[in-house]
Design a protein around this ligand. Sequence first.
Ligand code: ADP
Ligand code: MG
Ligand code: MG
Length: 883
Amino acid sequence: TRWVYTFGGGRADGDASMKNLLGGKGANLAEMSALGLPVPPGFTITTECCTYYYANERTYPADLKDQVAQGLKKVEEITGKSFGDPANPLLVSVRSGARASMPGMMDTVLNLGLNDETAEGLAKLAGDRRFAFDSYRRFIQMYSNVVLDLDHHMFEEILDEHKERLDVTVDTALSAEDWEAVVADYKKAVEAELGEPFPQDPHAQLWGAVGAVFASWMNDRAKFYRRMHDIPESWGTAVNVQAMVFGNMGETSATGVAFTRNPSTGENRLYGEFLINAQGEDVVAGIRTPQALTKIAREEMGEKQPSMEEALPEVFAQFKSVVEKLEKHYRDMQDIEFTVEKGRLYMLQTRNGKRTAKAALKVAVDLASEGLITREEAVMRVEPASLDQLLHPTIDPGSPREVIANGLPASPGAATGKVVFTAEEAERLGSAGEAVILVREETSPEDIRGMDAARGIVTARGGMTSHAAVVARGMGRPCVSGAGEIHIDMKSGEFRARGRSVKEGEIVTIDGSTGEVLAGAVKMIEPELSGDFATLMGWADGVRRLKVRANAETSLDARTARQFGAEGIGLCRTEHMFFDPDRIAAVREMILADDTAGRKAALAKILPMQRQDFVELFQIMEGLPVTIRLLDPPLHEFLPHNEEDVAAVAQATGLDAAKLLRRAQELHEVNPMLGHRGCRLGVAYPEIYEMQVRGIIEAACEIAASGKAAPIPEIMHPLVSKGEEMKFLRELTDRVAKEVTAEKGCQIEYKVGTMIELPRAAIRAGDLAEYAEFFSFGTNDLTQTTFGISRDDSGRFLNAYIEKGIFEKDPFVSIDTEGVGDLIRIAAERGRAARPDVKLGICGEHGGDPASIAFCEQVGLDYVSCSAYRVPIARLAAAQSAI
Ligand code: ADP
Ligand code: MG
Ligand code: MG
């Protein structure tokens, strides 16, 4: 087996496509060498060797020694130096390099091959004793720390003692003799610690370092990082051994890092830092302040120290052309490490640079405009979920944060406002134009209007799919949920957390992207929806097949949805329209009615309000499809629950308190989610659905009569499970629609369909399609009913399932493509068999989740529907799944 791949001298055994075998660093070093770029020669020991090492009780393959010797020989030939030879010593770096960049891995060892003799040789050869011993002391410290596992503080203390003795503060003030003395003390300290001298044999040093890289694959940091980023343990790491070049050989030597474009803004301008007379990690270590690469960057920063462009103009010009070449070659923004030795440039690493969402967008659009990539490739370059960062105001990363409490990042974005503890107060202050943050133990459907009026929401209890989290995401309100540290004391009008108290009316800021609650007002950055964002979204729209609609019931949501590019409403939940204080009285009256006549009388009061809701939605949606779901929750959700509330309601509405309480108790259900809800309301009390259908058709007639584009309402019946149920509902709908159109003398096109949210509905979809013209998969409930897991209670045990690897992801966040997915596949197939043009969509939380959207594309659904703020994410994810 071939374990060793060499690179250097204008050629290489490997190339960039061999990341799995050579690791990212090794593959790109090979690629750069073959491109003829100045790369110090070296060789890569493969990841397969690492796999062998772990499969064979941490031993090496028998032929590795020979292959390494061959590799080393090649490096010696190219450099004209020889490893361990005091007359002309070759020094190397030993660098780890997995397939994916892994900050948890071993640190690099530089200057390997130095010992007492080669250090003297290097001093003579370079004509620079100070440089030689500066390199030697660096090597002893790095090797001892990384390979021998000695604490680096020990070395720092020794160096500090010397500086104190010499009465200097900076490393650059130490002379050759000073470094020699430091080296002597370092060696003594190592021997005292280990009971044996610092290894002097360069080959022993090399194998020590190689072993340390392989061993580091299993250190705790690396394991933790792999777990966090889903990197399989089986991958292994490669080891790169590379001839040293020296950035610490005086004023014409330097080391630095660069991005070909700005990684936080995406601006097309070389960005980075360098240090004169320095090595390796000095740039990031913060010992000295690094200098800018370009003159313009230096001027912008108001820096005094010269930029690389000014200090080393010739090598800078060469560097600039090399990095331009690299970017063109890799067709992406590059993150680059380089060193200059006595005016000569060397490239030490390149990779596609990590970037913010904003930069990703700009770089993708720019690269496509520059003709380097296609528009489709540009669409693939942006992570859909990352758009979230761009759609909400966010906290200025430069501003200080004083954290009061921590919770879950339930809904992204940031908001500042006065603390309030009740939905009523939020509504009162909110409608007066005040910015408020609603802080609650947890929220319930009655709080909707208060949540809408608040700029942000904090709950002490509840998970990522709690009521507060789902509703807040839908409204685009930032939300921190499950902030268990917060204790609300309604009596004293304050909350306490971490020993501090925050009174009602005090200003706080919440960051729904991190889950933090912060003291005071913090500076924000507003979202930018034009420019690159609009351009990329336009490209995405050009390639996607799936339509994207929004879940929206208020005019505000509907407007936001259109602004974000929604092509209709996929779910309008009518019950949210009933919590309005003006309406809930009539709703309660309807619930309390003793007979059908009483219910009808109360419903007649609701009808005009309901009609007006639809008129507004239809107007905003201008002829786009609007799917309206008829009343879904159990009726008792509209009633007060305890005696105190009952008394208050009775007083406010004139309804009879005893009757209210009795009715609430009558309606109580043991398991309301599987109780008298959904179309079961429409079957038991047809007059409710009749009123709603009437409202919808009357509204459509009103729009048509005004000469505007008539909407195509899609009337959706929830929680259907049987063909006969659907037949009943279809007949009810058609009958009322016919009545209304006859009365108004107008023609309205409408569709009747159902939500598929029960396993039986999916399996018997053929029966339903006889009467239903469309299906919308209500995957929140479908997931709940398929697993038999209550969405509201899953937070208590789901984590244990995820930790134990039983669930890979929360099935309420990303669709279970196997179980729930099979039901959807079956329903689509059987539905289409019965009615070939049945329209299929999805309207659960999954409609905005990129992985779930890819699934929807696969199954061939017609559209996805998600909360307004996720519409752009869905558009991009739909495009990517179509490419
Ligand atoms: P990391 O993955 O942590 O960035 P690297 O292996 O890239 O580790 O090494 C870190 C730094 O060490 C490089 O950026 C470079 O400055 C320096 N370095 C590595 N190899 C060499 C070498 N052969 N010659 C000079 N400097 C080197
Ligand atoms: Mg590094
Ligand atoms: Mg590096």
